[in-house]
Design a protein around this ligand. Structure first.
Ligand SMILES: NC(=O)c1ccc[n+]([C@@H]2O[C@H](COP(=O)([O-])OP(=O)(O)OC[C@H]3O[C@@H](n4cnc5c(N)ncnc54)[C@H](OP(=O)(O)O)[C@@H]3O)[C@@H](O)[C@H]2O)c1
Length: 165
């Protein structure tokens, strides 16, 4: 399976000043569950924000300027090369394109599924998820999570599955 995975707000914000502009305990649980044992593909800035390969996953970084090489971690020059590398080096594993905006913009055109955490808040930011045609996908809300804290927004784990004719 070729998928993308993202968390965005009601105004589609994914980042601000190189970081994710919210901290909601537990919100990244689904990311960890889905990606562990599989492949994550991310842009150079997103990788540098994390600062190390994500454990238990094959990490592919997309960059034209830097190289990151380690056990279970390699760098390639394009998204298509990332997909080829995943198929060669981690055959049979699911591929999760994990940001940022440029990779999402490319990937939204062809991924089978989009695993989206929809944060129920408007939050200011400088990087957004691209517009996409929701008619092309079946939208399923897998879970609604209330944080139970008045200053922390609730969120939905949503799966968008591409409709095939
Ligand atoms: N909310 C979420 O789910 C989520 C997920 C991921 C990231 N984020 C946030 O998003 C922000 C980072 O995203 P971003 O869009 O600014 O940066 P990014 O996509 O993480 O990194 C951009 C860099 O990746 C490389 N790159 C991307 N596409 C490429 C391509 N097709 N070919 C070659 N290189 C390519 C380039 O690296 P070089 O400059 O080295 O060539 C580019 O400068 C941060 O704020 C982060 O916290 C949020």
């Amino acid at each position: 399976m070729l998928a993308l995975i993202v968390a965005y707000t009601r105004n589609r914000v994914i980042g601000r000043d190189g970081r994710i502009p919210w901290r909601i305990p537990g919100e990244q649980k689904r990311f960890k569950e889905l990606t562990t044992g599989n492949v994550v593909v991310m842009g150079r800035r997103s990788y540098e924000e994390i600062g190390h390969p994500l454990p238990g996953r094959y990490n592919i970084i997309v960059s034209g300027t830097r190289r990151f090489e380690a056990e279970n971690c390699t760098t390639v020059g394009s998204l298509q090369e990332a997909i080829r590398t995943a198929e060669q080096n981690a055959p049979g594993r699911d591929i999760y394109i994990s940001g940022g905006a440029g990779l999402y913009r490319e990937a939204v055109a062809f991924v089978d599924k989009m695993f989206v955490t929809e944060i129920d808040a408007e939050i200011a930011g400088d990087v957004c998820f691209p517009d996409f045609d929701a008619e092309l996908f079946q939208r399923t809300v897998e879970a609604h999570v209330e944080t139970g804290m008045p200053d922390l927004p609730s969120y939905d784990y949503v799966t968008y599955t591409r409709k095939r004719s």
